[in-house]
Design a protein around this ligand. Structure first.
Ligand code: SAM
Length: 358
């Protein structure tokens, strides 16, 4: 037996477990998820010893929907004496035949209320933990991002999982969370969802080519304008479609063409656009079909949109919606990469980026 640990938004453990089960099965790696509801993490146990390592090495975190971080578990450590947490962690690893040389050490915790308390502990213990790992020869003196990273993930003040993530597949962020500063000029916090998507789901080359000054975009369900703000701040021209009220200072940029219309009936006013974005609160299959139809009619080159999630069977719902988009694009011989992520700034929704070959 072997296992991986994956972090998620608390409340999404079932979905993350189902996703790892499906991804593992596709790779011929079989096992089962273990988790507590609202814990913010899932331990997935594989039946075979080598399978956790194979899974982590073949599954980049950014190619999953619900995982924020993913590592192979080397030890599950119970700490009896809270005056010495580092000693038992070191002892449990010295028992192993092979501890890989790591270039980074993350001391982490779940994204829960209890986790907020653990954050203080993680901060306090990180420096002495690094020193102890270096002494053992498990951690390089200077950070090396091209090597595996060691993770010490506290689930409680007296328990942690210790393990190793892959240099190419892991999230570069502590706790797998990309924190962004809210731009005070944005009329809504939703702006952070699109900012995170543009930063993490597009390559630098794609971002430069798509979000270039002067390029045209359509924003369906745009008001009060948080997503439009992201596009306008990149000097794009935006057709902002919504019956609501658009922030005045965005209108004053001269880059926004406000259209108080139904997003499901709207057609681009000036021909094909570079990017379609959509944050309408609607059934996921309806939004997915609308996005697919814009791409198939060549009304847009690329699309970034949110799919609002139901209370249950969320992984299955997203999977079905995306399969439908894929099938519609394939029928029109449109080649595109489709990436789906439950981003940190998303709530009960996932973000989908459909990017055509440049
Ligand atoms: C979550 S809010 C969008 C927030 C926006 N992305 C932002 O960053 O400020 C959803 C918006 O979708 C709009 N909406 C819902 N159904 C719509 C439809 N059929 N056509 C146009 N807009 C719609 C609502 O009026 C609402 O303003």
């Amino acid at each position: 037996m072997s296992s991986v640990l994956a972090y998620c938004r608390p409340g999404y453990e079932v979905d993350l477990g189902n996703e790892i089960l499906a991804l593992g099965t596709e790779k011929g790696l079989y096992g089962y998820p273990q988790f507590k509801a609202n814990s913010g993490f899932v331990q997935f146990v594989f039946h075979q010893d080598a399978d956790a390592s194979s899974f982590v090495k073949s599954q980049p975190v950014d190619q999953t929907i619900f995982a924020r971080q993913l590592f192979e578990v080397l030890a599950d450590v119970d700490i009896e004496d809270k005056s010495d947490r580092i000693g038992p962690i070191i002892s449990s690893l010295t028992e192993l035949a092979d501890v890989p040389s790591c270039g980074l050490l993350f001391v982490e915790h779940a994204d829960t209320e209890a986790g907020k308390e653990l954050a203080k502990l993680c901060k306090k213990i990180a420096v002495p933990m690094r020193q102890a790992f270096r002494k053992q020869g498990w951690l390089t003196k200077a950070e090396q991002t091209n090597l595996p990273a060691m993770h010490v993930f506290f689930t409680d003040t007296d328990r942690c999982f210790v393990g190793v993530s892959d240099s190419k597949g892991r999230s570069p962020f502590a706790n797998g969370i990309c924190r962004l500063k809210f731009p005070s000029q944005s009329p809504s916090r939703s702006t952070l969802k699109l900012e995170e998507a543009l930063l993490l789901m597009l390559t630098d080359e794609q971002r430069e080519a798509i979000c270039r000054p002067g390029a045209r975009a359509v924003d369906l369900g745009a008001c009060p304008g948080g997503w439009t703000y992201q596009l306008v701040s990149r000097e794009m021209h935006v057709e902002a479609v919504d019956n609501g009220k658009m922030a005045d200072h965005l209108m004053a940029t001269g880059l926004v063409d406000y259209r108080p219309e139904d997003g499901f009936r709207y057609k681009p006013q000036f021909g094909q656009v570079e990017l379609l974005v959509c944050d309408m609160i609607e059934k996921p299959d309806r939004v997915a079909d609308l996005m697919a139809s814009w791409l198939c009619k060549r009304w847009t080159n690329h699309a970034i949109f949110n799919l609002k999630l139901p209370m249950k069977r969320r992984y299955e719902t997203v999977y079905t919606a995306i399969q439908s988009v894929k099938a519609q694009l394939a029928e029109q011989k449109i080649r595109a990469t489709i990436n789906v992520r439950h981003l940190y700034h998303d709530r009960d929704e996932v973000t989908v980026a459909v990017i055509r070959a440049l």
